[in-house]
Design a protein. Structure first.
Length: 303
């Protein structure tokens, strides 16, 4: 039921990075379905194979080589499990006619160009860049698949621009103008410049039109599974356990895993959501929704 009210899904690294696919998405989805049918048939015969193959050692009498092989297999299994989950999500979204958008952080220019070609083949709406790091860079003057078409639905978007940190842009006015002077079909931004200076309705309205003139979509990013001490809602004295929805420190500085089941956190998110819509945004991109995997590792299902 939830999928029916979503316009699309944003995936990371479908074409670049350690978990990227090396075949067209249609092929990998079909291969996964075929394997799942095979596994189901085996279970009916009393054979129980895991959904992701697990190799068991020992592989060598040499301790260093054994450790190297162990770490190598862990990475391969993590890649296979990540891809399995992504395939299921892609299959569901496609079956419901929803859009798939992707963020690609590529090592080289050639890889970025290949990612755009693959996205076009797979009917995915791409954003690709060379290098890792936060999505905070000045936009390209002429994005891939630039067009003068009015875009009122993500289903019609050919490209998109996520700018989740705006510290590099100087003043809020400079940030708004930098984005306004682009021809991206969809723009995704934070509700506050430099995480403190909240946008106003006029700012959002300014972003709703491409430099060429046609209408486009402006979406606000809303983190769900993490809280950040640099965001506008953060209050002095907050720490792990205070308030209770700050469940644990995450790997990044000033980043906290949140308890999404907390009524207090949900209440804060509800106010966040209402504020976004009051500013005139066309919609919301829910971010940090994959933290359920962190809880699964902490408390394995059935374990």
């Amino acid at each position: 039921p939830l999928v029916k009210v979503l316009d699309g899904i944003v995936m990371d690294g479908l074409y670049c990075g350690p978990f990227s696919f090396d075949k067209p998405l249609g092929e990998v989805i079909k291969a996964r379905k075929d394997l799942d049918l095979e596994l189901a048939a085996e279970r009916r015969r009393g054979i129980h194979r895991p959904p992701v193959a697990v190799e068991l050692g020992p592989f060598s009498n040499d301790a260093a080589e054994e450790l190297r092989k162990y770490n190598e297999l862990r990475l391969l299994q993590a890649r296979a499990e990540t891809q399995r989950r992504e395939i299921y999500a892609l299959d569901v979204m496609r079956a419901e006619g929803r859009n798939v958008m992707t963020v690609e952080m590529c090592d080289k220019q050639a890889e970025m160009e290949a990612a755009y070609r693959s996205a076009l083949r797979d009917k995915v709406t791409p954003f690709a860049k060379v290098g890792n790091g936060p999505l905070d860079e000045a936009p390209r003057a002429h994005p891939a698949f630039e067009n003068a078409i009015e875009v009122l639905s993500v289903a019609n978007a050919r490209n998109w621009l996520p700018i989740l940190r705006s510290d590099r842009f100087g003043t809020k006015g400079k940030f708004i103008e930098a984005i306004a002077n682009t021809n991206y079909d969809v723009v995704v931004v934070d509700v506050a410049h430099r995480s403190a200076d909240l946008l106003v309705k006029a700012d959002v309205q300014r972003l709703k039109f491409k430099k060429l003139g046609p209408r486009r979509l402006v979406l606000a990013v809303m983190p769900v599974g993490r809280a950040y001490d640099w965001r506008w809602y953060w209050q002095k004295g907050w720490e792990v356990g205070n308030p209770a929805f700050l469940f644990a420190l995450d790997d990044g500085p000033g980043t906290f895993i949140t308890d999404v089941g907390s009524g207090e956190w949900r209440g804060l998110l509800g106010k966040y959501l209402a504020g976004i819509m009051d500013l005139g945004f066309d919609g919301i991109v829910f971010d940090d929704i994959g933290t359920y995997q962190w809880f699964e590792e902490l408390m394995p299902l059935g374990g």
